[in-house]
Design a binder for this molecule. Structure first.
Ligand SMILES: [Zn+2]
Ligand SMILES: [Zn+2]
Length: 255
């Protein structure tokens, strides 16, 4: 499994794009960044997008991708998969013909550019040799993280945005996970804000690790606020865990 980091940050600045993790060129986890990182040809290769939740920094690539598709080729389509409340929010508040055209019925309802498919928490969807399972996490809005398993049995866990939570650790981390992309948004001194808004700090991450039966082989940290990147980096180093590190925009992870 090859994972390209289109964006990893919890905000947007040069070199810091919102979350988007492209698996083997075709399956995307979160869509905070698409067109800002991928050529037109590479954008066409994306066939499935799993979204963790409906916050703008995780979905904002979708309306622009849909627009690129309609400009180029009206027969191409992309399937957007997420838990029901996230899909409902996108449809009602973004693809509502006010903020953006409703690409779930354009150019026609049968051949729409975007197809929405619900995944229920705890369930697995199989597609093109991948098994993707959703697990509820604890965020300010309904949200789910995912475990993606490829044909070789390699497993990637991605939390999306979450504060302290249980199910994903108890269920997914009872098996061997090769890489885990976990959010840490704020430095330790902002713990109250992290809890209030459903995010983690390095210190809170340590407590989450205790809930895992099997610690993933490597913990890759996503969603830091770039304004606090130095502090978060230092605090992660001070955890003295050799297998934890911060991700970077544009890097490729081979699993
Ligand atoms: Zn969020
Ligand atoms: Zn976010």
């Amino acid at each position: 499994m090859k994972v390209k980091v289109l964006g990893f940050a919890g905000a947007e600045f040069p070199g810091f794009h919102p979350p988007g993790f492209l698996i083997d060129g075709k399956l995307l986890l979160d869509a905070g960044t698409i067109g800002a990182s991928l050529s037109e040809n590479d954008q066409w290769k994306i066939r499935h997008i799993f979204i963790t939740h409906a916050h703008l920094d995780h979905i904002k690539g979708i309306p622009f991708l849909a627009d690129n598709i309609i400009i180029k080729n009206k027969t191409h389509n992309v399937t957007v998969i997420g838990i029901a409340p996230a899909l409902k929010t996108l449809k009602k508040n973004l693809l509502n013909n006010k903020i953006w055209p409703d690409f779930t019925v354009i150019p026609s309802p049968k051949n729409a550019v975007l197809k929405f498919v619900e995944i229920r928490a705890g369930r697995t969807i199989q597609l093109n040799g991948y098994k993707v399972t959703a697990y509820r996490v604890n965020h300010a809005v309904p949200a789910a993280g995912y475990v993606v398993e490829d044909e070789k049995g390699k497993k990637l866990l991605y939390t999306g945005d979450t504060g302290p939570t249980n199910t994903i650790w108890e269920k997914a981390c009872s098996m061997k996970i090769h890489r885990a992309i976990i959010e840490v948004s704020f430095p330790n001194r902002m713990e109250a804000l992290a809890i209030e808004t459903g995010h983690l700090t390095p210190k809170l991450l340590m407590k989450e690790l205790e809930k895992m039966k099997i610690i993933p082989d490597e913990l890759l940290i996503t969603h830091p606020k770039p304004q606090h990147i130095k502090t978060i980096t230092n605090e992660l180093q001070r955890l003295r865990k050799p297998n934890i590190r911060l991700l970077k925009d544009g890097e490729v992870i081979n699993i």
